[in-house]
Design a protein around this ligand. Structure first.
Ligand code: SIN
Length: 530
């Protein structure tokens, strides 16, 4: 190892990345770098509202119940081992955050307040500032990492992985002065979040452009479950990018969904794929672009949900009197870089945690408030594995699909393993000039296309149309001498999303095909890009 080489380079600065960086730099005294394309606190984590699902109360809740709820939401594609790790280690990681200084909401007796959200049989969501949990988690972790010796690279855009002798040795990145330089590290942990910006209607911030997933796809690192883009049922239906989120906890506290005739049409506490579908069908039937969230029955709305009350006031809405127009919006990328239970990707030296990863905990649809939890559990696990000298992937968690199977014999599935269909996408030939030169315009076209044709409801005709626009975007990008990095990444991820959605000829979890409305037992497998 050269003296300039880091022990660990973390890409991204959300809950997974910063939990890992603090553990590595503080507990294990590793030489750590944290590289982010924005500023340190500018991660999607900051936008998370509802909270962290973790069994911190006593009876009648249990980690077995949390596990059962997670598996049910995941619609047959969760890895039970990975979920077991998530629910068992989650409570300790929440306590670690409290030790670091994160302040969660407590009742008059000083006990953590627990909220309920869709898909959870019991109230088990810890939260901060009412529904500003992500902001508090991010604040505590940014403060903590700044007290360590970690080197922080801000406004630096990771471009490609450096792969030497079958191992990841760092990345190349574009720095604020315009130079492209290598950052070399014995281990790279990707925690760059999801790709909600694939859609024009999304709750995700502008930075959520799938950068880590795209980099992995270009390097041939295994990516799976990418067709499962989760739509949140209650984004405020206003013309903004992103759309303001109205936390699921509102429904947990009793807010109701009504169609534009005022009628209820779904059990509000079903998992969010069920609710988003029901809304979309109802909107189609009534020819509207929204339904309503009726929170008029909630007491002390302003005190309990101050950040949402402020957002509503900006839109001229008073939750005590007005029904709130809502519609589904792209919210969470359930799939990503395949990892084992330690966070190792298929490329030795490359690790992934949080939304960018496919550890097996979400399957076809993530359970509410399991996302911050996944980041805080699996980020530090990767650090512990590196510290223990683990050098490559093992056949555990979602990685069992990749290592536990013969890619040429997808019909032979070992017991306990979720099978895989292995896909190699051929490169797209250069043929630039098909889309507007202006990358911003091309991004808008791509986002509208995916929203219209690869959204909550999909079918072969719509997906083929989306595939044509994605391919044209990639061709135009590849012709540019200086590509727009985010647009190139979005189009790279979009290609896999649309391709997998075409291949998955069934409806399961967050993926609904109008032309294949049933869940099909022959599709209990991951679609893996290698
Ligand atoms: C919400 O508060 O509804 C979002 C939380 C999550 O995405 O799990």
């Amino acid at each position: 190892m050269s003296s300039a080489e880091l022990d660990l380079l973390v890409l991204g600065s959300g809950v997974a990345g910063l939990s890992a960086a603090v553990r590595a730099a503080d507990t294990h005294k590793m030489r750590v770098g944290v590289l982010t394309k924005g500023e340190l606190p500018q991660a999607t984590t900051r936008w998370a509202q509802g909270g962290v699902a973790a069994v911190l109360g006593g009876d009648p809740d249990s980690t077995d119940l949390h596990l059962a709820d997670t598996l049910k939401a995941g619609a047959g594609l969760c890895d039970a081992e990975a979920v077991r790790v998530l629910v068992d280690e989650g409570p300790a990681r929440v306590n670690d955050l409290i030790t670091l200084g994160a302040i969660f909401d407590r009742d008059a007796r000083g006990e953590l307040e627990l909220a309920r959200e869709g898909g959870h049989t019991l109230a088990r969501i810890v939260h901060a500032g009412g529904s500003a949990t992500g902001a508090e988690v991010e604040r505590a972790l940014v403060d903590a990492v700044q007290l360590t010796m970690a080197v922080i690279y801000e406004h630096a855009f990771a471009l490609e992985l450096i792969v030497e002798a079958g191992r990841c040795r760092g990345i190349s990145a574009r720095f604020p002065d315009g130079s492209v330089r290598e950052v070399r590290a014995a281990n790279v942990l990707v925690t760059t979040g999801g790709a909600g910006q694939l859609y024009s209607v999304t709750t995700n911030p502008l930075e959520a452009t799938g950068d880590g997933i795209a980099m992995a796809l270009r390097a041939g690192v295994a990516v799976a479950d990418i067709e499962f883009m989760q739509f949140h049922p209650t984004a405020l239906s206003v013309d903004s990018m992103p759309r303001p989120l109205l936390t699921e906890a509102l429904r947990g506290h009793g807010a109701l969904l009504r169609d534009t005739n005022g009628e209820r049409f779904v059990d509000e506490l079903q998992p969010r794929d069920v609710v988003s579908r029901a809304e979309t069908w109802r909107m189609q039937a009534l020819g509207t672009d929204h339904v309503f969230l009726d929170a008029t029955g909630l007491e002390q709305f302003d005190q309990r949900f101050p950040n949402i009350a402020a957002e509503l006031a900006k839109a001229g809405l008073d939750p005590a009197k007005d029904w709130l127009p809502v519609a589904p919006a792209a919210h969470y990328t359930c799939g990503g870089i395949v990892t084992d239970l330690q966070g190792s990707s298929s490329l030795p030296g490359l690790w992934a945690a949080g939304e960018v990863s496919c550890s097996g905990v979400h399957g076809a649809n993530r359970l509410a408030s399991n996302s911050l939890l996944e980041g805080m559990v699996f980020g530090p696990r990767a650090v512990e594995a590196i510290e223990a000298g683990v050098s490559g992937p093992e056949a555990t968690g979602a990685m069992r699909t990749v290592l536990g199977m013969d890619p040429d014999r997808p019909d032979v599935v070992p017991a306990g393993v979720i099978g895989g269909r292995f896909v190699h996408l051929e490169p797209i030939p250069v043929d630039h000039g098909l889309l507007p030169e202006d990358a911003g315009k091309a991004r808008t076209i791509l986002q509208r296309e995916l929203t219209e044709h690869a959204g909550v409801l999909r079918d072969a005709i719509r997906l083929d149309a989306a595939a044509a626009v994605v391919d044209a975007t990639l061709r135009a990008q590849r012709g540019d001498s200086v590509p727009d990095h985010e647009l190139r990444n979005l189009a790279t991820v979009a290609r896999a999303v649309v391709d997998a959605a075409i291949r998955r000829q069934e409806s399961r979890g967050a993926h609904t095909r109008d032309d294949f409305p049933d869940t099909d037992a022959t599709f209990v497998h991951r679609i893996v890009y290698v």
